[in-house]
Each structure stands twice: as structure tokens, then as C-alpha cells.
Design a protein around this ligand. Structure first.
Ligand code: SF4
Length: 467
């Protein structure tokens, strides 16, 4: 890693950026313009997010809190737990002395806000011995923490073992390198049988034992109930936004998707995330009642469903390009919660979760069920065309949202999707959904430039007559 990069602490850099960004909420347009002029590295994210109004201020405030919590963890007697976006972090907030660090969110932010660090951090993991063919979504931030350029990590806890080898291996590598305790929940390739349900419940109890042993803290039942009740409100708001997205034109601004899932993976169960969702829901309701599109220019020409994730390596160029072309972003695999009220669930028993706060046992079972239905752990745990898996979910979602076409963005390190994306694409095409496979890496700009990605997108939409 270049020595100059070692002069920066990643957590402090993000906290400071979000603190300044949060305060821009009370600035005049002229003041904001001047600030952005002097902040070329971050303006690509700040400018379009700030354009969303009040939700932007709450979003920046939430991320300032999140990174401040990590920075001050040691001073406040907290342990820092490294985790993944496929794991619902609400359980950490039910233990008083834990501060979660979610690597994939850190990697996406590094790609968007700290581009000159991004590639060095990814390569640093490889220098230490981690596979360079692994998923890039962990490596961007992981390199910084392994190099000591962020908070000291005390333990690792995550979903994944069975469903995503590259994710599980990344965290396993970090735990071994840092010589700290590790627990990874495991996943059978099926989701709905009683046997699998029991397995998840038992496995989650082991995770709780692990957390208690390694933090010296017992779960506070009242606090856990409070966190889960908050989560119920959040699920209801996300379902309402999802439901309104079915309207034509779609009243949900595309950028809301990335804001919602970034906040969900870091602040699930926290009141500030509820506030963000309430502010967004109010705006979407207004758009829906008035027949307004969520697109800035108000003209919806196409509805695109993203069958996997978004592209973060290019700032949020993809969202901006969608805006320019009049393409409504209909969400992706990360936007979905699979709570029982979600409008897109396939209706097969056992595919959704319920939050039951009656007792400690029901709450722990609920947490296990939620985690078994997080993105990737739910949808790609088994063969892509098995019941309730990637193909069925994609078709169900594309139909629900009246999508005109589908788009795949991912990372070349994702064996779980690259191994069968052409089959999925073939099947989606056969069902009437033109499907484009982007070759870019969602986190690593070195794989394909935005110009190349954009040219291929232009070609797809034009030749398939989608615009
Ligand atoms: S993108 Fe693929 S490799 Fe990366 S975490 Fe998700 S399933 Fe795993």
C-alpha cells in the first residue's frame, strides 16, 4: 500500500465527511455549490443525495452517528464487531457494548468517497495472502482495517458459511489474520422445511452464546424487544414504499434504494433509520397521490429491475445515467426485506419472516428467520432455478413492478451469480424480459470503465427498443 494512504484513518474520514454533509442541510444553494467545488472527491455522492432534501440530512446524520460510534467504541467501553451486509445488525444494538463495522458498506463508500484508497485497500488484502479472485465487496474496506487504518476489530460475526464461500472466506481470513474470535452462521441450500427452520434457530442461539461469551454482556430482553418493535415499523414503511413502486409512473426516486439499503445494513432497528424511512415515505406518498414520477425530470420512459446489485465503483453514475435517460430504478436484490407483508413474496409458506416479540425465545427465533432471509442468504442459497430462489424471485419482482427489462450488475468474484447469470438471463429473456449483463465490477473501477459500461448500456436500451 502506498505510504501516503497510511496517513488517513478511514472511519474518521467518513465520520468527518458525513458530519460536514449533514450540516449542509441548512446551507443555501450557493453555499452548497461552493462547498462541492472544493470537495471533488465526495461531490459525486453528496450532490445527488443532497438533492433529495430532508432525507439526505437524516441519511448523512445517520452515517455520521454510525462512524462516530465506531471511532469512539474503545473509549466508550464497546467491542467492535466486523460483519457483513447479509446479516441484520439489530442484534448488535440489543447488546449494549457492541459497535458493528459492515465491510461491504465501507467498501461501497470507499469506492464512492475515497477512490484513491479503494484499489490499494483491495490489493492490500491480496498482499497479505487473501485470494484476489474473491468478491471485491469485502476487500475494499477490509484492507483498511487489516492495515490498521480503522477501528481495532475485536470479533467477527456474520451470516454466510453455506451460501457464499467468498464472503465467508473473507471474514474468516480477517479473523485469522487479526487473531480474533469468529462465528459464521451456516445455511442449508433449502429454506422452507421444518428441519431447516430448526437448524437456523439452533445455529442462531450458538451465535448469541458466542456474542455473550466474547462481550461479557447478557442480552437485555427489553432492549431487544425495543429494537425489534422498531424494526417492525421499518419493515412496514419499506413495504409501503415497495407497494407504491408498483404505480405507473413509479413515484419512488431511484436513489432512495441505495440510501435505504445502506442505512438498513448499518442501522436496522435504530430510530434514526425509522426517521429516514418516514421522511421518504411521506415524499413518495405525495408523488403517488399526484401521479408524479420519482425521476427528476418527471418523465418515465422505462422501468428497469436490477436482478442483483447496483454499481458503486463509479460513484453513483449509474443512478445519474438512469435519471438522464428517464429510466425508473425498480430496486434490486438488496432492496428487499422478505417480511411477511412485503408485496412481492411468492406466497410459499416459510419464505418470509414474522417478528414476534412475545418472549425471548420468539424474539431469537425471529432474528434467526430474518437472517435466513437477508439478501443472498435467501435468494441464492440453492440452485438458481430451484423453488423460491433467484429465478423465481426475479420473475416475481419483475412482474410485480411491471419491469420493461432486467439488468445484472455484480462482481466477477461472485461465483454464486457469475456461474449461472447466463442461464438466468436466458430464462428471463424467454419470459419476455430483455436482460443485460454488465461486465463491470460493482466496487472496482479497474475492471471496466464507466465509459465502457455506459456504451454497452446505451447499445442495449437502443437496440432492444427500450427507450
Ligand atoms: S456478491 Fe456474490 S460473492 Fe459477494 S457477497 Fe454477494 S453472493 Fe457473495
Amino acid at each position: 500500500m502506498r505510504p501516503e494512504l497510511k496517513e488517513y484513518n478511514l472511519d474518521k474520514l467518513f465520520a468527518a465527511t458525513f458530519r460536514v454533509a449533514r450540516n449542509l442541510g441548512s446551507s443555501t444553494p450557493g453555499e452548497i455549490k461552493n462547498v462541492l467545488k472544493y470537495t471533488p472527491y465526495v461531490s459525486g455522492l453528496l450532490e445527488p443525495v443532497l438533492a433529495t432534501g430532508q432525507p439526505a440530512v437524516t441519511f448523512f446524520d445517520l452515517f455520521n452517528d454510525y462512524y462516530s460510534n465506531i471511532i469512539n467504541a474503545r473509549e466508550n467501553g464497546k467491542r467492535v464487531v466486523m460483519t457483513t451486509f447479509c446479516f441484520d445488525p439489530s442484534v448488535f444494538y440489543a447488546i449494549d457494548n457492541l459497535a458493528p463495522v459492515t465491510l461491504e458498506i465501507g467498501t461501497a463508500l470507499t469506492s464512492m468517497l475515497w477512490k484513491r484508497g479503494s484499489a490499494d485497500f483491495m490489493d492490500y488484502c491480496t498482499e497479505l495472502g487473501f485470494s484476489e479472485t474473491g468478491c471485491s465487496s469485502q476487500r475494499g474496506a477490509m484492507g483498511a482495517y487489516l492495515a490498521g487504518l480503522g477501528a481495532e476489530i475485536n470479533l467477527v460475526a456474520l451470516n454466510m458459511g453455506g451460501v457464499c464461500d467468498t464472503n465467508a472466506n473473507a471474514y474468516n481470513f480477517a479473523a485469522q489474520y487479526l487473531d480474533i474470535p469468529y462465528y459464521g452462521l451456516d445455511y442449508p441450500s433449502e429454506l422452507t422445511t421444518e428441519e431447516v427452520r430448526e437448524y437456523h434457530h439452533k445455529d442462531y442461539r450458538e451465535l448469541i452464546n458466542f456474542l455473550q461469551e466474547n462481550t461479557g454482556c447478557k442480552f437485555d430482553i427489553d432492549r431487544l424487544r425495543e429494537v425489534l418493535e422498531e424494526k417492525k415499523k421499518q419493515d412496514a414503511l419499506m413495504s409501503e414504499i415497495d407497494e407504491m413502486q408498483r404505480l405507473v409512473p413509479n413515484p419512488v426516486p431511484g436513489i432512495y434504494h441505495i440510501m435505504i439499503y445502506a442505512a438498513r445494513y448499518t442501522y436496522s432497528g435504530k430510530k434514526k433509520f425509522t426517521k429516514l424511512l418516514e421522511e421518504m415515505t411521506e415524499i413518495v406518498r405525495y408523488n403517488a397521490v399526484n401521479g408524479r414520477s420519482g425521476l427528476k425530470n418527471g418523465v418515465e420512459k422505462n422501468r428497469t429491475f436490477l436482478v442483483y446489485i447496483d454499481n458503486y465503483a463509479l460513484g453513483i453514475s449509474m443512478f445519474e445515467w438512469f435519471e438522464k435517460k428517464g429510466i425508473s430504478h425498480m430496486g434490486n436484490i438488496l432492496s428487499r426485506t422478505f417480511n411477511e407483508a412485503a408485496p412481492y413474496t411468492t406466497g410459499v409458506p416459510g419464505t418470509t419472516y414474522q417478528i414476534d416479540t412475545t418472549s425471548l425465545d420468539t424474539m431469537i427465533d425471529s432474528l434467526a428467520d430474518i437472517n435466513a432471509r437477508m439478501p443472498m442468504t435467501r435468494t441464492i442459497r440453492g440452485p438458481y432455478d430451484a423453488p423460491n430462489m433467484w429465478l423465481e424471485d426475479s420473475l416475481s419482482l419483475a412482474k410485480q413492478y411491471s419491469a420493461d427489462c432486467c439488468l445484472y450488475n455484480g462482481t466477477p468474484g461472485c461465483r454464486n451469480t457469475w456461474s449461472n447469470i447466463k442461464l438466468l438471463s436466458r430464462d428471463l429473456e424467454a419470459m419476455g424480459y430483455p436482460t443485460h449483463i454488465a461486465h463491470a465490477d460493482s466496487f472496482d473501477t479497474r475492471v471496466e470503465t464507466w465509459e465502457a459500461t455506459q456504451t454497452r448500456l446505451e447499445e442495449f436500451y437502443q437496440i432492444r427498443g427500450l427507450l
